[in-house]
Design a protein around this ligand. Sequence first.
Ligand SMILES: Cc1ncc(COP(=O)(O)O)c(C=O)c1O
Length: 369
Amino acid sequence: MLPGSMRAEARKTITDWPGYRPTDLRQLEQLAEELRLGALYYKDESARFDLASFKALGGAYAVQLVLREMIEAKLGRPVTLEDVDRVRHPEVASTITVVTATDGNHGRSVAWGARRFGCNCEIFMHHQVSQGRQDAVEALGARVRRIRGNYDDSVHAAAEEARANGWLVVSDTSWDGYVDIPRDVMAGYTVMSSEAMDQWPMPEPPTHVFIQGGCGGLAAAICVDMWDRYGDRMPRLVIVEPVSAACLHESARLGMQSRVDITTESVMAGLSCGEVSLIAWPIIASGASDFLAITDEPIGPLMRRLAREESIVAGESAVAGLAGLTEARKDDRLWTRLGLSKESRVLVYGTEGATDPEIHRSMVGVMGT
Ligand SMILES: Cc1ncc(COP(=O)(O)O)c(C=O)c1O
């Protein structure tokens, strides 16, 4: 579903991008002690390129691959990913438009890729996405269109406009008949999980990985990567979503891919997604062990705590996995059911930094500016 060759190509290509460096894996010693865990590590994506989220690895990489394919088709001869990266065919690239829907981070990644590789970019955002997130995308030269409705409506609107205008959809979620590009996006994400596993400092792998879910692409990418590396010793994968957008939880409950209607937007904007990615679901269904849905309540306090005690700039969606863990601690039965104990070695992914600095400031204070 996400073969090793695709993941290896993503790693080779992305680690060649200017400015690449692995993000930090931070030990949260004090919190581990308080939760009575053996160890707790936080993969901090706040310094991922200039985009401050792991999404930089997915959308931009998929733009690079799709441009190679389009340029090859137009020139009638092979073109390398390096040719695309160095913009060696600007006359062709500049005739191509990529489009996606976003609640911020994925669109920013696609816009960043489009600007670097010399093509045009259109971004669809629903009306509740913050102005700060729109500004960040526009600063990369993309055109933003606002739509009524929620994230899922913006996905449909982007696909429709793409059909009407001959644009290329570079989405992080997949649906019937549209799977190849989202798979490339997921291949990009695996760069983050392989970095984390290379950095893991203990002789034994993590016992648990808590990962936040939007459409599920991220969780599925991590799942495949861990499966490959650890096989039977694969850590227990716990998916955490906002209660208002718990489509993976609902799918697990019903035993089939399902959707939920989003009526309230969570503060975890990146996770506010009601439709599961088609290619992510079978991976998650067989690889994830547990599904938690959390309210927004623990998000602000955890962001502040990480800022104060660890000098970590963590965005609203970044702390969701960690919040799943701290909320579970409050319920002994759940803690035991999750197999958590003082022997546990837990890895969480802090998937974004201050991707909207104003929101971050309002929730944390001066940190994250
Ligand atoms: C910061 C952040 N974390 C996690 C996710 C979830 O990723 P996915 O939608 O692939 O499940 C997103 C999605 O936009 C995000 O922006």
